[in-house]
Design a protein around this ligand. Structure first.
Ligand code: RIB
Ligand code: CA
Length: 306
């Protein structure tokens, strides 16, 4: 089973990603990063997820308080004030694992063969780990990232939220030469949870599925209020790429992160030109299509396992 660390900012879609990963991958730890909400809130939400998912054997480790250089921005308009509104979840009693997420990532990578990172929030922790321990470049097998877009953004017209929050960190990660699978908005907008999916999850007779049905109802509400046709399954796509990559089509591309643009800060510029003589060698595999039916079958079948 593939050993992974999930670096996240729960986040409704982060919650689904954690539950999906926990039943198919060897999750060595969940590290948190300021993103959808403050580090306090997303860390509390991560503890709530391991509790309502009966996953308290997976350690949760608190990470970066904010981006490398810029002030934190949050996505409360999507995920609510707590960062994971919509369900009655008790305050967690599970204790955090001592230490900082960056050191957990470094220590685990140095002691684990073929470690895969699943970053699904701003890339602050990952960038700090790469800078603190350059040997990680040869220790981390792969990063399956939810972030960026080969088309339009969401936080701005140009930039996807995870990259926008800390584009400097994303630039460090994208230039690390570690193999990357990038699940950007161009892909994740192809998997939209709708009421019929929530209804099917509601029919599952376990408490974890009931909490997810409540959370997805909230997330669908904020998504449709922002004129989306459904609740995008952003973060679970990065996990599905590790569980069953045959449901996703990837294309090798050279991708750079804009860190100085006035209007384009945080943009992931994907070189989609067919075989252009001017394009640089691909530095990652960009997900371009996904079989949505197979994705939702995997997700819902996994929720039945709780
Ligand atoms: O743009 C979508 C990403 O931003 C997802 O990871 C979501 O959880 C938020 O972090
Ligand atoms: Ca996230």
């Amino acid at each position: 089973m593939t050993s992974v660390i999930i670096d996240c900012d729960p986040g409704h879609d982060d919650a689904l990603a954690i539950l999906l990963a926990a039943k198919h991958l060897d999750v060595l730890g969940i590290t948190t990063v300021s993103g959808n909400e403050s580090i306090d809130n997303v860390t509390s939400n991560a503890l709530k997820i391991v509790e309502f998912g009966n996953l308290t054997d997976i350690p949760v480790i608190r990470g970066a308080e904010g981006p490398l250089f810029r002030d934190a921005v949050y996505a409360s308009h999507v995920h609510g004030k707590s960062g994971m509104d919509g369900a009655e979840i008790p305050e967690p009693t599970t204790k955090l694992q001592e230490g900082h997420a960056v050191d957990f990532i470094i220590d685990t990578a140095m002691s684990t063969s073929d470690l895969v990172l699943l970053p699904m929030g701003p890339l602050t922790n990952i960038a700090l780990a790469l800078r603190k321990e350059p040997k990680l470049r040869d220790r981390i097998k792969l990063m399956s990232i939810m972030g960026g877009s080969s088309t339009s953004g969401n936080y701005t017209a140009a930039a996807e939220f995870n990259i926008y929050v800390d584009a400097e960190a994303a630039d460090i990660v994208f230039r690390s030469e570690i193999p990357i699978l990038m699940s950007g908005l161009n892909l994740t907008r192809q998997v939209l949870a709708k009421q019929e999916h929530i209804d099917e999850i509601r029919e599952i007779n376990n408490s974890t599925a009931q909490v997810i049905a409540d959370l997805l109802t909230f997330y669908l509400g904020t998504s449709t209020r922002h004129s989306h046709d459904g609740a995008a399954m952003h973060d679970p796509c990065a996990v599905a790429a590790m569980i069953d990559p045959t449901m996703i089509e990837f294309e090798p591309m050279h991708v750079v992160v804009e860190t100085t643009g006035t209007h384009t800060y945080g943009m992931t510029l994907c070189d989609v030109r067919p075989g252009s003589v001017k394009s640089k060698p691909a530095n990652m595999e960009v997900a371009v299509t996904i079989d949505s039916d197979r994705f939702f079958k995997l997700l819902i079948d996994t929720l039945r396992m709780y």
